[in-house]
Design a protein around this ligand. Structure first.
Ligand SMILES: Cc1ncc(COP(=O)(O)O)c(C=O)c1O
Length: 444
């Protein structure tokens, strides 16, 4: 991969005022801008030319590393050949090619791909598929959706309704009706400093039986969970928990949706968390690593049983009244095809698996450092949870983030948890560099 570290940047900072930044303290940022001007492989460079090791793959998305030359070339080639083709009633070859490659990687029985532009759109699409599927089968009373406390499913109205992060919900009125939530699985009393999946907590899946007893199964369409929750602080499923959810859903005719927006594409050391945990849901939502973060794209993978139910009625009629202008956009599809090839050609999922214990050992070496109250990990996902400062939740983790940035490593914070999700191309020395940077920041 080309390393252009020698090239110095002299990017002028534009006027920052007009851009309303997402999930950002706008006023603080605009007084203390951190602009990323360039990236390659494991590194990013600020507008001032400082080099940073990216320990979070952008935002859990650049799994093949930044600006991978094969992905860049595929996007360039596609842009010269076909910029856009109407997404409804017309198609273009690359998006069919991508659907074939993607479903070939998916768990057995998951044979269809519907393309969207983001994780949030994937979630709303999956929820709509679930509702429509029951209705098509004459079971239209199944309208309830069950999410989980501390779940994150993007920011659409469907996603925040089934999601369980209070700041993302409280300003936005009543959202979707008929939603209920499972309890979160995170429990420090029983599971602090777990290596891999925590042992305690499979029984938390049984709470679904209580929710079913309350509402009656005949009113419930689907359960949606992240196999590993990322945005609410890297919350791991206890051993056996996901299998139990699957069994309960099967018993009651409820669809199971796995939101694999961050878990997909090697993050857990396998193509999908569904494969790694050997639990096959009915629908899988994807985004991020699908194009290694290069061009926005998401997808919903569906079982043949679901797709076939939609394929009824007159042959020329639209079967699912849903889609986006940019569903399966040519640039995204080209990026997706090249990305999936890179994952396979470079053995990146196997690489992630082989680095799992290196990351685990490195992170757990932070036990005993100031304010650390938990460390957890799975695949190439890690988290270090910190004791919150009195009356200032999130402040301690944010201080560590800023210190690490100034010292040359990008990490991510959620609440008072530091999260790690490096590109799958990371090496052992870079894992050590990340952890030592965090150690210094904690001690400082
Ligand atoms: C599990 C999960 N679902 C959905 C989303 C939303 O994805 P997007 O930001 O692309 O809309 C995210 C984003 O982090 C996510 O982690």
């Amino acid at each position: 991969m080309a390393d252009n570290t020698a090239r110095q940047l002299a990017t002028d900072v534009p006027d920052l005022e007009a851009y309303w930044m997402p999930f950002t303290g706008n006023r603080y940022f605009k007084k203390n801008p951190r602009l990323i001007a360039r990236a390659s492989g494991m590194h990013c460079w600020t507008h001032e030319g400082a080099r940073l090791l990216d320990a979070v793959a952008g935002l859990w998305c650049c799994n093949a590393g930044h600006c991978h030359p094969k992905i860049v070339e595929a996007i360039q080639r596609q842009a010269e050949t076909l910029d856009y083709a109407m997404a409804f009633q017309l198609g273009h070859p690359t998006v069919f090619e991508l659907a074939n490659k993607l479903t070939a990687m998916a768990p057995r029985g998951i044979d269809y791909a519907f393309f969207v532009n983001s994780g949030s759109e994937a979630v709303d699409t999956a929820l709509k598929i679930a509702l429509a599927w029951h209705r098509l089968r004459g079971d239209g009373a199944r309208t309830r959706l069950i999410g989980r406390a501390r779940g994150y499913h993007g920011v659409g109205f469907g996603g925040i309704s089934v999601g369980g992060m209070s700041p993302n919900r409280k300003m936005f009125a009543a959202m979707l009706p008929g939603v209920d939530h499972l309890p979160a699985t995170h429990n420090l009393e029983h599971n602090a400093y777990s290596r891999g999946l925590p042992k305690w907590g499979a029984h938390l899946a049984d709470e679904l039986e209580n929710i079913i007893a309350l509402h009656d199964a005949s009113t419930i369409a689907a359960v949606i969970v992240e196999p590993i929750a990322g945005s609410a602080g890297v919350l791991l499923p206890p051993e056996g928990y996901l299998k139990r959810l699957r069994e309960i859903c099967d018993r009651h005719g409820i669809l199971l949706i796995f939101d694999e927006v961050i878990c997909g594409f090697g993050r857990t050391g396998a193509a999908f968390a569904s494969t790694r945990f050997d639990v096959t849901p009915d629908l899988i939502t994807l985004a991020k690593g699908l194009t290694s973060g290069t061009v926005p794209m998401g997808a919903v993978l569906a079982s043949a049983q679901i797709y076939d139910t939609f394929m009824t009625g007159p042959e020329g009629a639209i079967e699912f009244f849903h889609g986006y202008t940019y569903s399966g956009h040519p640039l995204a599809a080209a990026a997706g095809c090249a990305t999936l090839d890179v994952y396979e050609d470079e053995g990146l999922f196997e690489r992630a698996r082989s680095l799992e214990t290196t990351l685990e050992d490195a992170l757990h070496s932070l036990k005993g450092e100031p304010n650390v109250i938990d460390i957890r990990n799975f695949g190439l996902i890690g988290a270090v949870e910190l004791e919150s400062m009195d009356g200032q939740p999130t402040a301690r983790a944010m201080n560590i983030f800023r210190r690490c940035f100034d010292d040359g490593v990008i990490i991510r914070t959620t609440g008072d948890t530091l999260a790690f999700s490096p590109p799958l191309i990371i090496d052992e020395a870079q894992i050590a560099e990340t952890v030592e940077c965090v150690r210094n920041a904690l001690r400082a």
